[in-house]
Write a protein of this length. Sequence first.
Length: 345
Amino acid sequence: MKASPRKRRGAGRITQDTVARHVGVSTMTVSRYFNQPDQISEDHRQRIAAAVAELGYVPNLVAGGLASAKGRIVAMVVPNISGPIFADTIQGFSDTLSQHGYQLLLASSYFSTEQEENAVRAFLGWSPAALVVTSHFHSPATEKMLANTEIPLIETWDYQPERTPIQIGFSHYDVGVTGASYLYDQGYRRIAFVLNSAPGDFSAQERRDGYVATLTALGLQTQIYIPAAELAPFDAGKQALIELMNRSERPDAIFFANDNLAAGGLLAAQRAGIQVPLACAILGFGDYPFAQMLMPSLSTIKPPALQIGVLAAERVLQSLGVIEAPHPVERLNLLECRLVSRESA
């Protein structure tokens, strides 16, 4: 039995030429639709978009990236994809990139410098247009890769002016100062701090340092609680609240490293019959969506999460020459956190 001829690879594949013929425009116009959409008319954009959808065309980004020595993918590494604290940053970053034909490639380090190193190495191997990382706590190998890369590089959710990459964020140390000072101004004097149960959250440790410096300057004792590493955040917050309130020197306020921990502590206090804030005030960090829905509503410190994402994307696009920018592109971008006073403190 004669074997049927093997279909030639690529035969029948939808190409930019196919889309161009379908619309009745040049291949260059279709290329500009994907690469420089602002340079073609609205009518052409709509017609090409309809043809792309009808034909099921998928642009060959790898080939395009090789041809132009750079792709249209921007890589980002965050500590936690599933957590709400980085959600607005990711969304704002992705939305802003996509408006200019760039797409986000995302990875989570889960607060592990080793996993961040693996992600950075893998991403750089794909030659992305730019790389965005979180904070300045990197392994030596990651630091070397970052130093050697020639693509635009941005560090977010932190502010370290002495470092080379573009900085977009705020001082976690100052967040610790703000939280401790607020609780002191509210009349609390036995103020405890609860760290994240994730041991690699070094930014939370910087917030702790700001808390310690503030209380020490005020002549007050510090209390620092470290939950068990294996506990999920709500359970870690519950553990911290119960153990701190069982001490002979009970705190009259607890500053939690994030809102998940604070919510776990607040719910545990309700179950234990501990009135918040009368018996103990609770302050978080993050202003997660549930913070204002809790009873009592959670006082917290709100980071500029969305602004970080949008500004990071703008700096990437400016660095690539996609949108106009001052020369050189602004490297230091210090943003502000905001204390949100609610019922818990």
